[in-house]
Design a protein around this ligand. Sequence first.
Ligand code: SF4
Length: 223
Amino acid sequence: MTMKPAERARQVVEILSDYYPQATCTLTHQSPWELLVGAILASQCTDERVNKITPALFDHFPDPPSMARAPQDEIEVLIRSCGLFRSKAKALRGTAAALIESHHGQVPSTAEELMRLPGVGRKIANLLMGDAFGAQAIVVDTHCARISRLLGFTDSDNPVRIERDLSKVVPLDSWTPWGHLMVAHGRQLCRARCRLCFDCPVRHLCRYGMAVDEADQTESGCV
Ligand code: SF4
């Protein structure tokens, strides 16, 4: 592969942006608070399920004060179907209380402040920065990590190192879209168990895709 990684990444962004023009944040939200709640609930749960849960949750607890005051069991009943509901209810109450105590009930707009909130790690902080506050931030979820490795932009399993590797090659104005494009691609063509490399519009830019043999892919039942 003679093309420089940054040029390959630029072309991947360009092609996948055309291929997935609707790629955007898949958690339904109207405010930073709603996105923060959705992101906490989305741990080990699908965004689709979270989107079914949050309308009723936001009806009951539309802001940090109402969530902080809520009895734990009332939150648990509303989020029970998304798994780990006890620890998530605790995290939601703790986060709401921390917002009231330290941020006047508002969701802070820096990654450092976000990561000091209970239940908020780097992935959620970057999601908020990109999709609630309009900054450029690379969200390294399982799709992003896996596909970025396949494309050959990182060899790491560590999300922080993957983010660092990607930040060196992905154009700065595409850091937030990169995460959305990886999710869209991971769901449609570059699936975890069945990569459809021969239908993939970026195969000519992909380290794995250029090495894969069509016969192997067909024999694997992945057609
Ligand atoms: S060529 Fe295959 S491995 Fe590479 S991005 Fe496309 S589907 Fe994924």
